[in-house]
Design a protein around this ligand. Sequence first.
Ligand SMILES: *[C@@H]1O[C@H](CO)[C@@H](O)[C@H](O)[C@H]1NC(C)=O
Ligand SMILES: *[C@@H]1O[C@H](CO)[C@@H](O)[C@H](O)[C@H]1NC(C)=O
Ligand SMILES: *[C@@H]1O[C@H](CO)[C@@H](O)[C@H](O)[C@H]1NC(C)=O
Ligand SMILES: *[C@@H]1O[C@H](CO)[C@@H](O)[C@H](O)[C@H]1NC(C)=O
Length: 919
Amino acid sequence: MANHVPASFLTRANALFRKNLTYQKRNIWSNVRLIVIPFYLCVLLVGIQVLFDTQVNNSADNRCGCRCIEKNGDGKCETKSCGLEYSSLTQASFCAFPNPPPLLPLLQIPRPETRSVVDPVRGSCRRTGSCPVTILVTGNNHSLGASMSLTNLLHGTTSEADYTNYLDPGLHSDLPIFQIRPRCMPSTNLSFLFRQTPLTFHKEVRCLQGLSLWRNSSVEVNDEIFKGYLQGNPKKITNEVAAAYDFLNTDKKNFNVSIWYNSSYKGEFKIQDRRVNYVRVPRSVNLVSNAYLRFLRGPGTKMLFDFVKEMPKQESILRVDIASVIGPVFLTWVIVLLFPVILNSLVYEKQERLRIIMKMHGLGDGPYWIVTYAYFLVISTLYIICLIIFGSAIGLKIFRFNDYSIQFVFYFLCINLQISLAFLVSSVFAKVKTASVVAYLYVFGSGLLGGSLFQFLLEGLSFPRRWIFVMELYPGFSLYRGLYEFSVYALKRNLNGSDGMKWKHFSHSAMDEVFYIIIVEWFLTLIAAYYMDRVSSSAKDPFLFLKKAFKKSTSPQRHSLQRKGPAVSIEMEKLDVAQESEKVKQLMLESSTSHAIVCDDLKKVYPGRDGNPPKMAVRGLSLAVPSGECFGMLGPNGAGKTSFINMMTGLVKPTSGTAFVQSLDICQDMDRVYTSMGVCPQHDLLWETLTGREHLLFYGRLKNLKGSDLHHAVEESLKSVNLFRGGVADKPAGKYSGGMKRRLSVAISLIGSPKMVYMDEPSTGLDPASRRSLWTAIKSAKKHTAIILTTHSMEEAEFLCDRLGIFVDGRLQCIGNPKELKGRYGGSYVFTMTTSSEHEKDVELLVQDVSQNAKKIYHIAGTQKFEIPKAEVRISQVFQAVEKAKGKFKVFAWGLADTTLEDVFIKVARTCQTSNILS
Ligand SMILES: *[C@@H]1O[C@H](CO)[C@@H](O)[C@H](O)[C@H]1NC(C)=O
Ligand SMILES: *[C@@H]1O[C@H](CO)[C@@H](O)[C@H](O)[C@H]1NC(C)=O
Ligand SMILES: *[C@@H]1O[C@H](CO)[C@@H](O)[C@H](O)[C@H]1NC(C)=O
Ligand SMILES: *[C@@H]1O[C@H](CO)[C@@H](O)[C@H](O)[C@H]1NC(C)=O
């Protein structure tokens, strides 16, 4: 039946795969729920869009205005007429302009309070708002520049331009239009009816003095413009000019001019990443051209620039695809949401020690990582596919308007990075709770910081691009960046029908950068995760550490409480222990050995913590256990048994010394040792949803059992631990009673005939009947294996163990088979007799008769207990004496008992604890 070839990589991967498959099948609904989360979230997004459509997109302010022309009887509108004439100014920009109105080209002029003041005495003009507007002129030829008449009858406005010229705020706002002349008469102010089909409104036209001033050089012009430039200080007087011209080398044959204008006077409208500015430049260009023409041809010449006109335009409706706008934050959440799920599942297996128990049964790190990774990848991929499908189906533009292949590759890379990140991070956490908190912080932090901070910096053009790159190294932000690019392309397409994101945009958008970052990080995280896993699996378990520290502080107390009994010469009694270590030395010299386990002077010292001295958990243990033997380890709590088992099972590394299991060094070949090892830990490590049979199938496969062998072994094993009848084997382990779980744990440790088995208190919590059957199972399994068993039940030790070692304070105090030990440490009978109280003296005399050295150890109301040295008494003698006594007085009850193992245990434990304190 036993197949002693260790399972191959594939076999183990297959075992884990099949186990996980069954496990996930049981959890199918939670998996399904997880996968359809995107659906709910997409529906939510659609809901927001609908709300936005009805409240914002379709609100009256966001469409061309209409008026009801004909009402029917019920007061409902029969015919509506829509158009510019019925619109408010906010509505008007949405109206159709089949025939755009001609617009007066205006010169941008500074507001009165910021205009440059030529004459400081007349500085009061700022208060009255009557400061003249200045145009500066320079050039190589003074007389030419001075002869240019630049301020002759042109129109200007102090209003900023808008993003569109259909409705220039310079004309439509309440601000007056200024007519600029060299000199103003009070009568020149006028108001007229401004007609811009189909709109008609009153517009005030005011006269404003314009000064054309010569400066000797362009340097002077620059100085003047920037003199007292505001720079964020409102108190500083600014010195703004309407425009400035440098005529350079202009002469009669050559017109060469450069123009200063203030480009900050602009309407700013942002179409996603692009800023659209309309600056009032045309008029200032025309102004100088006109002046030059007049200079060439005389005052009568005129170059007309009567109006500007936009292209015709259809009626438009503001349709913001809110899903694309809030999409990046939202989708960041949706995708990163998988992170806590993966992390929790990884940390859970660690916290519940399921991972380590699988490892002890031979599941190597390789198959574990690959199968686990593959599982999460499949789940994540399904999740993403669902997201894309749902999202597209309900019409989210961020999915629909971009190329699916580029989206899929992007999401695929993201989830890979996410999984490897979870692997890396999981090595830091030992508790699911802390891991959850941190993971959800990551989820919300990524979305919120991405949406507020990162996007803000991304759109702010002044933030250095290389810092954006640095920020993208944070996985949450690189994901956000990718989604942001998708949304930008989707919005653009929504707005003006351009392509969505295609592969050809790959390097134009920042997508290439994001892809490279994610790919590089993915590999680096995988390597780091692998490394961290190595480190953490070779280091000790964090819990164990705490436990040790805890025990350390409590154990001295116990010592002092138990300071009783005589100090005996320990060295003499340790002869057996010395013999065992001789034997080990001998075995170490031999090349091959029949002994399954050989421990050579194993030591474990835990370093001191918080001011406590280092704790010697195991102080040099030599032991040889041949195949077919069950070695029992007895000892008080905190004696170092668990440390020993932990070393043997590879949980902790020995401080010095080593052990050979099947001639394999546990310090070097632990992975190979695991392939022929079985462990029954103190606490049952089982999957709640898997049945007993599935557990055994999994571990059987790990032990390289296949086909009919496997099924046979599983049946046998179920029968032997009494889990076969009543369909128990096919119930999930979560429904088992404590005893059934225990039996299953033992069955797991024995399946596949491992070469050595460690059992940590296998029968705790079992009823006597189950215990019996369990013992029988262990006893029959013993034939091919070496078993090391710790127990607190002396009965169990006596029944199962061929040899026993009593382990106190990190040392073996004695070793031998139960009989020997009892002989060596017992050496007395306990005699009990109950009579009426008046006969107590008689009983004492009787005992004195039998043995001179008998000691009374217990006395209460007629019942007395005596300890009688074995050497001085024969049992028949006692019987005779009792028979005699029965004739003299009434004996209610009596008994004679041999020393039990328990007596031995207590004696050994006490003696050496006392001696330790004395030494
Ligand atoms: C400057 O311009 C005037 C015409 O306005 C011309 O007569 C004169 O020659 C020019 N001077 C130079 C140095 O070119
Ligand atoms: C400009 O040049 C003229 C003659 O070349 C000179 O008289 C005048 O002082 C200069 N102005 C300034 C501000 O330097
Ligand atoms: C340009 O225009 C802006 C906005 O009106 C104004 O704050 C600034 O002072 C102007 N700069 C100059 C040099 O006139
Ligand atoms: C116009 O002026 C600039 C600056 O002085 C000069 O570099 C350029 O050659 C001039 N162009 C012509 C056509 O004279």
